[in-house]
Design a protein around this ligand. Structure first.
Ligand SMILES: Nc1ncnc2c1ncn2[C@@H]1O[C@H](COP(=O)(O)OP(=O)(O)OP(=O)(O)O)[C@@H](O)[C@H]1O
Length: 316
């Protein structure tokens, strides 16, 4: 098994003359959890489908699990577990029946024993007889993951696996993903949740089909070169403070040097790429006792919103 699980270069794909994946290159090491982030419609699903040989790119080349994505698509698919955005198991079969069915379709030896093993591994033992359709969102995702890993793949492609799932179920799901990665499984996962991005070994931020940032979370934050301050708004009661927050946000947004303003309760996160220009914009407010301005570290969310704004400007 090669140490590099995915290595692709210059992938492009258009639909109806519109480029949805644009010169995309990436590399994922075996046993890594690699996160795909980016706005809706930015080409994440299309890229995932190219990687597992379900779609052919218009240009570009590369390997997945050491096999050529252009010529060995069928063999790649045999080694990949793909969890799509839609629940694709049978709602009117029980949890156990679904797992046994998947085991049979994939030719897993002793399907019944394999299903029992999967139930155990996923903490689904007590739910074997329950209809899949009656499971809550979190349990459905767990079952879908179980079905994906049952044939023993080397790579998991998870397309927004936890969308709409509550925080505790998401946390448990991520615990399982980490356990699987520790066993040597490579995981490529798309998500819109920042906390999940932070749980990946590496991430790629994709917008309009292009990779705008790639690397560890720390690298991505540092590479954005953002300066961020938090302005705590004091004084006044209830909605008065809220009004002041909104007003200050508007004034700051209009200043050169301020790229982004976001309210968090009675505070504002203010970011910009030019630290001196950002400070110049804030200077007039420093003497106002209603505002406490302190340097802060940019969050991944600050960085993503900033990248999204920039890519929108570039598209205009
Ligand atoms: N088979 C297809 N035919 C035509 N257009 C398509 C096809 N598949 C995807 N698209 C379009 O390509 C664009 C990228 O879609 P894709 O599903 O890859 O984005 P995404 O980043 O996964 O989005 P989301 O976060 O919403 O899942 C979208 O505008 C989508 O409508």
């Amino acid at each position: 098994m090669p140490d590099v699980a995915i290595e692709v270069e210059g992938l492009s794909k258009s639909f109806g003359g519109r480029k949805v994946v644009d010169n995309l290159s990436m590399r994922v090491m075996r046993g890594q959890i690699y996160g795909f982030l980016g706005p809706n419609g930015s080409g994440k699903t299309t890229t995932i489908r190219i990687l597992c040989g379900l779609l052919t790119p218009d240009s570009g080349h590369g390997t997945c699990l050491g096999m050529d994505i252009l010529t060995q698509a069928r063999r790649i698919r045999e080694r990949v577990g793909y969890m799509t955005q839609r629940f694709s198991l049978y709602q009117d079969l029980s949890v156990r029946e679904n797992l046994e069915f998947v085991a049979r379709v994939y030719g897993v030896p002793q399907p019944e024993a394999a299903a029992t093993e999967a139930l155990k591994r996923l903490g689904l033992e007590g739910r074997g007889d329950q209809l899949a359709g009656a499971l809550s969102g979190g349990w459905k995702q767990r079952l879908a993951l179980g079905a994906c890993i049952l044939p023993g793949p080397d790579l998991l492609l998870l397309d927004e696996p936890t969308a709409g799932v509550d925080p505790q179920a998401r946390r448990e799901f991520w615990g399982q993903i980490h356990d699987l990665a520790a066993e040597g499984l490579t995981v490529l996962v798309s998500t819109h949740y920042m906390d999940e991005a932070e749980r990946c070994h590496e991430i790629a931020y994709i917008a309009y089909g292009k990779v705008l940032a790639q690397g560890t979370v720390q690298n991505v934050i540092a590479a954005a070169g953002l300066s961020t301050v938090t302005v705590d708004v004091k004084g006044g009661q209830g909605h008065e403070v809220g009004h002041l927050v909104t007003q200050l946000g508007r004034e700051l947004s209009a200043q050169p040097g301020v790229d982004m303003v976001a309210p968090f309760g009675n505070a504002l996160h203010v970011s910009g790429r030019d630290a001196a220009a950002l400070e110049a914009a804030l200077a007039p407010f420093r003497s106002d006792t209603r505002f406490v301005i302190r340097a802060d570290v940019p969050t991944l969310e600050d960085v993503f919103i900033h990248l999204m704004g920039r890519s929108k400007d570039e598209m205009r």
